[in-house]
Design a protein around this ligand. Sequence first.
Ligand SMILES: Cc1cc2nc3c(=O)[nH]c(=O)nc-3n(C[C@H](O)[C@H](O)[C@H](O)COP(=O)(O)OP(=O)(O)OC[C@H]3O[C@@H](n4cnc5c(N)ncnc54)[C@H](O)[C@@H]3O)c2cc1C
Length: 441
Amino acid sequence: MSNKQKEVVVIGGGLAGSEAAYYLAKNGIKTTLVEMKPKKFTPAHESENYGELVCSNSLKSNDVYANACGLLKEEMRLLGSMIIEAADETKVPAGAALAVDRDAFSGYITKKLRSCPNLTLQTDEVFEIPEPQKDGDRYVIIATGPLTSDALAQDIREKTGGGLHFYDASAPIVSAESIDYAQAFTGDRYGKGTGDYINCPMTKDEYYAFVDALLQAERADLHAFEKREIFEGCMPVEIMASRGKDTLRFGTLKPVGLFDGDGKRPYAVLQLRKENEAGTAYNLVGFQTNLKFGEQKRVFSMIPALRNAEFLRYGVMHRNTYIQSPDVLNRDFSFKNNRRIFFAGQITGVEGYVESAASGLLAAIRIADEILERPTHVFDDETVCGALQTHISTPNKDFQPMNANFGILAPLPVRIRDKKERYHALAQRALEKIRSEIAKG
Ligand SMILES: Cc1cc2nc3c(=O)[nH]c(=O)nc-3n(C[C@H](O)[C@H](O)[C@H](O)COP(=O)(O)OP(=O)(O)OC[C@H]3O[C@@H](n4cnc5c(N)ncnc54)[C@H](O)[C@@H]3O)c2cc1C
């Protein structure tokens, strides 16, 4: 069978699926996009269009040299992203952010897909992963998103060995260099382990002021369908605090077994755990939270070691179906058990509109490389695209979804102290890498 006869079935016409299907079809590959709307809607979708934004109309920053999500957009523009093209064409004024008119945005995507040769649009709910033969003529991309319908989610759970998460309750991540080490000390509880934790102590006054602020801070809204299952599964730090002023001191912030440089046990301690091998980012242990992002920065910065903290990712709690990607996916988003099956979008453990679309684009590029017998395009950790691929495929028993941020990029060979200059250099390096991959053809 000639390679040109190979076809791809993409399931889910959201951000990742629309991006992937369009890229493949535009490159001459016979593609079918199967979307269940309007026959069936998830609890958050309501438009009949493809590429619907379920919540905010902002695709975050558009600043290529100062923000990793801005940089990711530019990487995607260079790689031929239809989703970013749609956003650029339908944008509304929003300062440094790329916000869109949501109906015009999804309308643009729908029009592009409907008029694309080689692409068949099918309206159906898919109940199980179609089984492409290992060496057969069909590839499959599963891009059914954080609200994948129940029957398919069940099938994915069975075929991926049970590692399917149904909500995302992640703690914030701060950059290592923004921690005030004069206000912190390293070491594990009772001196056990390899001394990897950074401990952020609080005095009695600091602790109670922190708890008061936590209780008064503004929380993000949850959809009715999200409230029950999320809080049953994982308790946000602000809810723990509401159970009593000392609850955190006997739980998440307990100081037992931790002694500062003077050998004293602090009143309360927040522990920070390394988020990546390079040690450029740290996770606030046990601080899953549903506070609004601005409130997280304000309240968590009351902890002395975090007073200048740069938040690479804020904590989120929402309904989110995602697989245990490091166990089941290869770096190129293909399924370890069958390389003809790919996953893309939020279901892989990338987080956010742009990141989801990016993973669809990357999966499609890899499939196109194979079908069209082109040179393989490889994106390393010096690009945001590649760093997200590394995130979803690096062994991690506490795997949590990740958005684009500079902390996941490979550090520069030479340390640049000034943050603005460093980000600029990281962005320049990333775009050069992308251009050199594109030059492969
Ligand atoms: C409630 C909520 C709010 C969010 N808000 C934001 C936000 O404000 N900003 C942000 O950056 N990110 C947000 N996200 C996270 C994420 O960026 C978006 O969910 C994003 O749309 C994910 O893209 P995706 O392509 O993976 O999935 P989606 O865009 O959700 O697309 C999946 C598509 O698959 C279809 N589908 C599902 N099951 C089946 C099936 N069995 N058969 C056929 N089709 C199926 C769905 O109808 C849908 O069209 C939010 C997530 C949720 C759940």
